[in-house]
Design a protein around this ligand. Structure first.
Ligand code: DGL
Length: 266
């Protein structure tokens, strides 16, 4: 595999750009191909089978583009489609956004009760409690599906009164009582990090995938001797183009982005 081949990153929409942004800042020589499956958004409400099919098609698209690595920058797809993609692309490094977080949680000694918020798909898959408990039985995991949040963020509501009311309403749910850390198990949520922090009067560790996953990717690329030498232009694809996605994508990624529509993804 050539070191200068691109890294493919995908999500249902633009949330995964939080992960892409963290990868860009940690690994500035890497060429990134981002795919937002806007035609099938939201993944959080879909069946596991439907998400596996969408993820498989995107993985094949990345395979044709000679990606050296595929990053599933979506917790919902990471929960249900990781094995599917690994089977489909056995020669490509596949990264999900869940394992680096589970590793961080289970290697720190100071966690007793951890909260997890994410889409219905992620929370119903029970993947976080299962993975955490398989390593450390003493950590208690409290989960809550927060399905409005990704849609709210895609619509451009973050860090305002509307997002504050919705976020606070979810976080006061008794299901999350007594937590000392909170996992933001959706790649959209780094955008509302401040609103979430504001809810808690005490200092609480809020963990999001973006920076943790970027660190993990750097380790894997270093280990496999696949760190790029020569950067090329990043490219951004969607399965359904709208101007509003393009505007939000610029905001999420922090630079001028041109979205290209790929009509071959069904
Ligand atoms: N960004 C996706 C995740 O991390 C969720 C958005 C959706 O429901 O499509 O789970």
């Amino acid at each position: 595999m050539n070191k200068d081949n691109p890294i493919g990153i995908f999500d249902s929409g633009i949330g995964g750009l939080t992960v892409a942004k963290a990868i860009r800042s940690l690994l500035p020589h890497e060429s990134l191909l981002y795919f937002g499956d806007t035609k099938h958004l939201p993944y959080g409400e879909k069946s596991a089978h439907a998400i596996q099919e969408c993820s498989k098609n995107i993985a094949l698209f990345f395979k044709q583009k000679n990606c050296k690595m595929i990053v599933i920058a979506c917790n919902t797809a990471s929960s249900v489609a990781y094995e599917t993609i690994k089977n489909e692309c056995p020669k490509i490094e596949i990264i999900n956004v869940i394992d680096p977080i589970v590793k961080r949680i289970t290697t720190s000694n100071d966690t007793n009760t951890i909260g997890v918020i994410g889409t219905k798909g992620t929370i119903n898959s029970d993947v976080y409690p299962q993975k955490i408990k398989s390593i450390n039985q003493n950590i208690s995991v409290k989960s809550l599906a927060t399905p409005l949040l990704a849609a709210m963020i895609e619509e451009g509501f973050f860090n305002d009164k509307i997002s504050q009311a919705i976020v606070h309403n979810y976080l006061k749910d008794p299901a999350l009582e007594g937590i000392d850390k909170l996992i933001l198990a959706c790649t959209h949520y780094p955008l509302i990090h401040e609103v979430i922090r504001d809810f808690y009067p005490q200092e609480i560790d809020i963990i999001d995938s973006a920076s943790q996953v970027a660190l993990h990717i750097k380790d894997v690329l270093t280990d496999k001797q696949l760190i790029a030498n020569q950067s090329q232009k990043h490219r951004f694809y969607v399965s359904d183009y709208t101007l509003s996605f393009e505007k939000s994508a610029k905001f999420f990624f922090g630079e001028d982005i041109h979205l290209e529509e790929v009509s071959t993804i069904h």
